[in-house]
Design a protein. Structure first.
Length: 456
C-alpha cells in the first residue's frame, strides 16, 4: 500500500514578534490537523503569508509577495495561497481586490478558525474572508517543540490610540490573560527545555490594568502589588527558567515596583525596548504618546538607579507632520544622552484611518531620508563604541545555534540582548549558558571565545 504524502505548508512571516508568535501558533494548529511544514514555498501545497500593517512599506511588500505567488501558480496550479494577520484585518475585502486569485484571508482575531477555513478551501471554496473574532479561547499549548527561547502572549490589543498607529484598529481593544494561565503555559515550556521566555504585548506595561488577572492568588512573596511585576516575580521563581524578557514598554509603566523587579529578580534580563518616537514635547503631544520627554528621562533614570546597568533599545519616527529641523535635533541629542544600544528608525508615512492621516504630510521625502540617514550613522557609531566596552570582559551567553553567516562559529545573546559570535567547541549545544570572553566588537555584534573548561 502506497504511503499517503502529507499536505505541506510554507509560512512567510512579516512584522513584529506578535506575528512570529501567531505564525508558530497556527503552524502547530495545522500540524495537529496533519499538515507538514515545508521550507521551500515552491514545493509547498499551501503558502500562507502572515502580514504586517504598521507601515505602508510592510503592506506593499506583503501584497507584492502575494501577487508574485499568485502569478507563479501558473507553474503550480494546485497550490493554495492565503494571507493572515494585520493587513487582512485592515483591508478586508479590499485585499481580495488587490490580490485577485487569493484563496483565503484571515485576520489575527480569527486565527483559531484557520484549520476550518483550509478545509473549506480544499473543498472548493475560494476568496474566503474571516476577520470577526473567534469564540475559541487563546491556546497556550501551541508552541513548537525543541526550542530554547519562546514567546508568550500576555496582553492583546492596545487602547493608547497614538495618532499615527493602526494597531488598535487591527488588533482590537486591550485585554490581558489571567496570570495563572500565563504561569502554567510558561511552566510547561520550561519543562520542555525552554531557557528563555519573552512576554509579549503591544503595550505590555498595561498588563492587568483593565482586567483582573490575579483574582484568588496568594500574596506576592516579595510584596509586589502591580500586575506586571507580580507576573515577572512568579515566572522568575519557576525552577529552570534562566532568562525572562518583556516587550514593548511604555514610560508610564516604569514604576518603582518595576525597577525593583529588575533589581531583585535574577531571571529578568538587563534589557528593555522602550519606544520613544520623538524627543520633542510638541511632537509627542501630537502623537498622543501620553508622556513628555521629562517623563521618559525619569523612567530610564528610575530603572537604571534601581538596577544598575540596563541596556535600552527604542523606536523613532522621523518626519512626523510639522516636525521642524530643531525638533529633529532634540531627538538626535536625546538618543545620544540615553546611549541606546539599538534604535529602530522609521520615516513617517500616513496610515489610512489614523488621526494623523488627515494632517498635511509636510516634511519632504528627501528631508525624511536625510534625517533617517543621520540617525542611522549616529547609531552605527554609538553601537560600535558601546560594544567596544565589552572587549576583555566575560559575558554570559545563551547559545542559540550555528551562526547563520559562518558554519564554523556559533552564536547566542548576552543578557543585554547583544548578538555574540564565538568558535564552536566539542559538546556545545543550543540552550547552553556559556561564559564568552569578548575579543572583538562591531556595531552589530560581539566576537569572542568560550572560556576554557566551561563545557567540562
Amino acid at each position: 500500500m502506497a504511503n499517503v504524502q502529507p499536505f505541506t505548508v510554507h509560512i512567510k512571516t512579516y512584522g513584529c514578534q506578535m506575528n512570529e508568535r501567531d505564525s508558530e501558533m497556527f503552524a502547530v494548529l495545522l500540524g495537529r490537523q496533519g499538515y507538514a511544514l515545508c521550507q521551500q514555498e515552491s514545493q509547498a501545497d499551501l503558502v500562507i503569508v502572515n502580514t504586517c500593517s504598521v507601515r505602508t512599506q510592510a503592506e506593499d511588500k506583503a501584497i507584492g509577495k502575494l501577487r508574485m505567488l499568485i502569478a507563479a501558480r501558473k507553474e503550480r496550479p494546485q497550490q493554495y495561497i492565503g494571507a493572515v494577520g494585520c493587513m487582512v484585518q485592515r483591508l478586508k475585502h479590499e485585499l481580495l481586490r488587490k490580490a485577485p486569485g487569493l484563496d483565503f484571508a484571515v485576520g489575527p482575531a480569527a486565527l483559531a478558525r484557520l484549520p476550518a477555513v483550509l478545509d473549506a478551501v480544499r473543498a472548493g471554496r475560494r476568496g474566503i474572508l474571516e476577520v470577526d473574532p473567534s469564540d475559541s479561547a487563546y491556546d497556550g499549548s501551541t508552541h513548537a517543540p525543541g526550542k530554547i527561547s519562546a514567546f508568550v502572549n500576555i496582553l492583546f490589543g492596545c487602547n493608547r490610540r497614538c495618532t499615527f498607529c493602526v494597531v488598535p484598529e487591527v488588533r482590537g481593544n486591550e485585554w490581558s490573560r489571567p496570570a495563572q494561565e500565563v504561569i502554567e503555559e510558561a511552566a510547561k515550556l520550561v519543562a520542555q527545555g525552554v531557557k528563555e521566555i519573552t512576554l509579549l504585548g503591544q503595550s505590555i506595561m498595561a498588563y492587568g490594568r483593565r482586567t483582573r488577572v490575579w483574582d484568588g492568588a496568594p500574596p506576592s512573596p516579595r510584596g509586589f502589588s502591580e500586575p506586571l511585576p507580580r507576573l515577572l516575580e512568579a515566572l522568575n521563581d519557576l525552577s529552570g527558567l534562566q532568562r525572562l524578557r518583556f516587550t514593548s514598554g511604555h514610560p508610564s509603566g516604569c514604576s518603582p515596583e518595576l525597577a525593583r523587579a529588575f533589581a531583585e529578580l535574577p531571571a529578568v534580563c538587563e534589557h528593555l525596548h522602550l519606544p520613544l518616537q520623538s524627543a520633542a514635547d510638541r511632537i509627542l503631544k501630537l502623537m498622543n504618546r501620553g508622556y513628555t520627554l521629562s517623563d521618559y528621562r525619569a523612567a530610564v533614570q528610575r530603572l537604571r538607579q534601581a538596577a544598575g546597568r540596563i541596556v535600552f533599545s527604542t523606536d523613532v519616527i522621523v518626519g512626523f507632520p510639522t516636525e521642524t529641523p530643531e525638533e529633529f535635533e532634540l531627538t538626535r541629542a536625546f538618543l545620544e544622552e540615553i546611549n541606546f544600544d539599538n534604535v529602530y528608525i522609521f520615516k513617517y508615512n500616513p496610515r489610512p484611518g489614523t488621526v494623523a492621516a488627515a494632517w498635511s504630510d509636510d516634511v519632504s521625502p528627501e528631508e525624511k531620508l536625510r534625517r533617517n540617514h543621520v540617525l542611522l550613522q549616529d547609531q552605527e557609531r554609538r553601537s560600535r563604541v558601546f560594544h567596544q566596552t565589552f572587549i576583555g570582559r566575560t559575558c554570559e551567553v545563551l547559545v542559540e545555534g550555528v551562526s547563520l553567516r559562518n558554519e564554523a562559529r556559533w552564536s547566542g545573546r548576552t543578557r543585554d540582548n547583544i548578538l555574540t559570535v564565538f568558535a564552536a567547541q566539542p559538546g556545545l549545544k543550543a540552550g547552553d549558558l556559556v561564559p564568552v570572553r569578548v575579543t572583538e566588537a562591531t556595531a552589530q555584534a560581539l566576537y569572542g571565545t568560550i572560556e576554557s573548561n566551561a563545557l567540562r
